[in-house]
Ligand binder design. Structure first.
Ligand code: CTP
Length: 403
């Protein structure tokens, strides 16, 4: 299995004319950073927005521009190993040509002669995007199996707000990763909880913990990239929702439980990564508690136990594949196995709490009924990819592999 679907992949990035061409520069940088080899091709119109030298410098390869340069670059490029042909930004013009099979310049000729998956990231004014012929072309491209990345709704270069804005480079990366990742969770609904919970004491104070949410967000993203339909129920974090994932924001353990109760009956897999507070304040004050009102005495805060969201969800949804995380400071594997049995789970990820909280790396052990496997000092993204793979294998969805 691979934990970085972009490593050593050959991507041809076709840039067509549009102001969003400037965002394609950042996209090249991100692809290269992820270990991909990027060949940029540009239309004449694109070269009026961004100079080829910028792309040449970022990709480390000459940019192909001209169909008639003498060496038949369109044929040379289609013969080269290519894993993905991505058109970003894709103008209404190139979408029309791609849908109709018109091949009259280097980019459209490459599209017509490709032997790899094609993805397009439309970028245009909202009127052009909703224009009936453009929508017909998009429908045709979808029928032909072309991946349509976006567009987003938001501020457009012409000053208005609407549909037609190209996805951000990070979002396009997530889409490209999904196209290049084996779709082992295709058709599955995955529910993930992430982050800390927050239990108010009064309107300005509360009980929370150091969970950053990074591991849970990475799990949600990896599940999306493996083809799942993902809902992420998150406590308060400073993180952006991974592209393609439905985010439901919660704060207290009880509000997180309500969101999970709503989604769990439709889900196939539940991955509980959230660091749920074990207690909440029995009667939070509706006003800020003033020191003076205590007249020098200690505040007394009565606590009440929170429900165990994971254990109750596993009990109430027998056909749900449930995964827990066990943050421990000692005896990680044996405590993880104890939680597997006590909460009625299919898999538990044991990790070292002191080491993992807020950090970008993690050391984990995956524990199932019959097996366990440990991974030391790997990134949270890698933990997420390995976990998704382990779940799919345990469910018999990836052939020939096991935990
Ligand atoms: N969990 C949950 N609801 C809770 C407490 C925990 O859903 N009220 C879930 C966590 O998301 C995690 C797993 O249960 O997947 C284990 O959490 P952890 O805090 O390690 O275990 P506890 O059951 O709280 O046990 P202890 O704190 O004694 O280790």
């Amino acid at each position: 299995m691979t934990t970085n679907p972009l490593a050593n992949k050959h991507i041809t990035l076709a840039v067509t004319g549009g102001i969003a061409a400037y965002k394609a520069c950042e996209l090249v940088r991100l692809f290269v950073k992820a270990g991909a080899v990027v060949q940029v091709v540009m239309t004449e119109a694109a070269a009026r927005f961004v100079g080829p030298l910028t792309f040449e410098t970022l990709s480390g390869r000459p940019v192909a521009l001209d169909l008639f340069s003498g060496k038949m670059p369109h044929l040379a490029l289609t013969r080269e190993k290519t894993d993905l042909l991505l058109v970003a930004p894709a103008s209404a013009n190139i979408l029309a040509k791609a849908a109709q099979g018109i091949a009259d310049d280097l980019v459209s000729t490459l599209i017509a002669g490709r032997n790899c998956p094609l993805a397009v990231a439309p970028a245009m004014n909202d009127k052009m995007w909703t224009n009936a012929p453009n929508q017909r072309n998009i429908a045709l491209l979808k029928q032909d199996g072309v991946h349509i990345f976006g567009p987003a709704c938001g501020e457009l270069a012409c000053g208005v707000s609407g549909s037609g804005r190209m996805l951000e480079p990070q979002q396009l990366m997530a889409c490209a990763r999904r196209v290049l990742t084996p779709q082992i969770l295709a058709g599955k609904k995955v529910l993930v909880t992430a982050g800390p919970t927050y239990e108010p004491i009064d309107p300005v104070r509360g009980i929370t913990n150091l969970s950053s949410g990074k591991q849970g967000y990475a799990v949600a993203q990896a599940a999306f990239e493996a083809g799942a339909d993902v809902e992420l129920v998150s406590g308060p974090t400073g993180l952006r929702a991974p592209y393609g994932v439905k985010l439901v924001k919660t704060d207290t353990a009880l509000s997180m439980k309500a969101a999970v109760d709503k989604a769990a009956p439709q889900a196939d897999i539940f991955i509980s990564v959230a660091a749920v507070a074990d207690w909440h304040v029995r009667a939070p004050s509706s006003q800020k508690i003033k020191k003076a009102s205590l007249q020098g005495s200690q505040p007394m805060i009565a606590l009440e136990e929170n429900p165990d969201i994971l254990a109750e969800t596993a009990k109430a949804n027998k056909r749900l594949y449930c995964v827990g995380f066990a943050a421990e400071t000692q005896n990680v594997e044996s405590y993880a196995r104890e939680k597997l049995n006590r909460k009625g789970l299919s898999l538990v990820v044991g990790n070292n709490a002191g080491f993992a909280l807020g950090a970008d790396v993690n050391s984990v052990v995956f524990v199932t009924k019959n097996a366990s496997v440990a991974f030391e000092g790997i990134s949270k993204q890698e933990v997420a990819c390995r976990l998704i793979n382990a779940i799919a294998c345990d469910l018999g969805l990836c052939k020939g592999e096991n935990l």
